[in-house]
Design a binder for this molecule. Structure first.
Ligand code: FES
Length: 226
């Protein structure tokens, strides 16, 4: 075991305690994903930009296991299952490109080639300045709006090479691209809008042109899951 220690601090400690409080003490293991996410966010915040801090090491996993009363290996099993938990340093902007069948059929391979050429890295690598990492992952559950990528906490969907590279360029400039469908579709409705059941109230509520990037979902930052 490493001689280093890990503990949650400041706002991350408060968030860890808030998540633990959601569950009865004997069920506190249910907070494991939230704590793993918080651990890598705390490391990133302490490391600073370009330092590859958004990841979880063995020391943090052991500390989380102790907090949750779990065997260390159980925490490792969860951390290694979810690609959102990084077990090695990654760039400030971790581009997780879905390469599973629906996204592949809709152009994921050309997206990967375009990003590799644009950033000068191959899949699995990080740019020299530590800003971007490109990883290929399995289905992220947004197949209806394929092809898509997850970059840190945000999904970008209905991508083309041009729209994805524009998103990357905005991130490189410190801007915040609008997440969600990049062709303006609401949620998972058909391209071009609904074709059936157009009369009467929509189960999703009325279309709101002033709504957020996901149509009827409210504009602004989504509530954090942790
Ligand atoms: S196949 Fe890409 S999100 Fe499901």
């Amino acid at each position: 075991m490493s001689a280093e220690t890990f503990e949650f601090e400041g706002k991350f400690k408060a968030e860890a305690e808030r998540n633990l409080a959601k569950y009865p003490h004997e069920r506190r293991q249910s907070a494991i994903l939230a704590l793993l996410f918080l651990a890598q966010e705390q490391r990133a915040a302490k490391a600073g930009a370009g330092k590859g801090g958004r990841w979880v090491d063995e020391t943090a996993m052991r500390a989380i296991a102790d907090m949750l009363g779990m065997p260390y290996i159980r925490v490792m099993e969860v951390a290694t299952f979810f690609t959102q938990i990084n077990l090695a340093p990654v760039g400030d902007h971790h581009i997780q490109l879905c390469g599973t069948t629906p996204c592949m059929l809709r152009g994921a391979e050309s997206l990967r080639a375009a990003v590799e050429k644009h950033l000068g890295i191959h899949e699995g690598e990080t740019t020299e300045d530590g800003r971007f990492t490109l990883s290929e992952v399995e289905c992220l559950g947004a197949c209806c709006n394929a092809p898509m990528v997850q970059i840190n906490d945000d999904y970008y969907e209905d991508l083309t090479e041009e729209s994805l590279l524009a998103i990357i360029d905005k991130l490189a400039k410190g801007e915040k691209p609008v997440p969600g469908s990049q062709i303006g579709r609401r949620c998972s409705e058909p391209e071009g809008g609904p074709h059936v059941l157009k009369d009467g109230p929509s189960p999703q509520g009325p279309a709101d042109p002033k709504g957020g990037p996901h149509g009827n979902m409210p504009a602004g930052e989504p509530e954090k899951l942790y």
